[in-house]
Design a protein around this ligand. Sequence first.
Ligand code: C2E
Ligand code: MG
Ligand code: MG
Ligand code: MG
Length: 294
Amino acid sequence: SSKRSGRDQCQIYSIDMVYEARNLASHIALCQEALQNKRFVLFYQPIVKVVGDVQHVVALEALLRIHEETGEVLSPSAFFEALDHPSMARKIGYFVLESAVAQAAAWQREGIFININVNISPRYFLHHDFLSDIDTIFGNHIDIKADYFTIEITEYAPVHDFENTGSIIKNLNKRNIKVSLDDFGRGSTTLTELQTLELSELKIDMSFVKHIVNNPRHLAIAATMVNMAHTLGLRVVAEGIENKEQLQLLRYMHCDFFQGYLIARPMSADALPRWLAARSRPSRIRRRFQFSRR
Ligand code: C2E
Ligand code: MG
Ligand code: MG
Ligand code: MG
């Protein structure tokens, strides 16, 4: 009967909720501990363009990690529930922005001038203090130009509050900060919304890249996304590239930039200068070696 199935449903629901609450609580605890004991670190993954058979690094994406006392490094899957939580979103987001800007300053002192993409959770992006936080952070690092920075947001922000998202993007652009729409294709941004927002970049969701080689539908969707982005004047990044065939197909579609394990895994800030130096040596053999080492 409907009453019975209703009760069953309710039970299933409550198990899910208990599970989620436990997840949430542990993710928040992990992040609070990480903030307190300075265990959050940013890793950096290169985004490249390809000219002929030479790859040029166009930017780095900052990716959050927790460096545990044991030496273990935790990825966001261990704490993702906290990233957009009301009690944590601003604290974590502020830390990430501040660290990325400080790292850019440190690299610039070493002569490395490089663009950085920073992921910002929708809750922080839409937070009424976000823009003033940005000003505070860049005010603390007056030697760093905001032009080097791109903020990555997911489709959840415009879907949740389109008007606010639009105005924040405008205000970031006024400060010469660009905005990229991450995980594109997974959410439900309409084409009207897409052409109204003053975005600079689209990142094709990894799930489309994953099946591009063996699924013609995914191939067609990826090609359409690239064309649409270009029609709207946006650059396109394909992320999650793990093999040469994927890279080949995406280049063929005129995708602008590429990111993925094939090019490089996310690495610590310390490892980056060495990686860059090894890559800029004009030896193809060395470059191949670099590819196959990871
Ligand atoms: P994202 O922003 O879409 O980042 C791309 C994710 O794909 C990263 O996972 C990266 O390590 C992974 N990845 C890159 N290339 C490949 C590949 O070739 N194959 C596969 N399988 N994966 C690849 P990560 O670092 O675990 O981050 C996961 C998500 O957590 C990010 O997805 C982003 O949504 C979120 N995140 C990471 N750092 C931050 C942060 O500082 N703030 C916020 N709010 N969210 C963050
Ligand atoms: Mg991202
Ligand atoms: Mg993504
Ligand atoms: Mg994402």
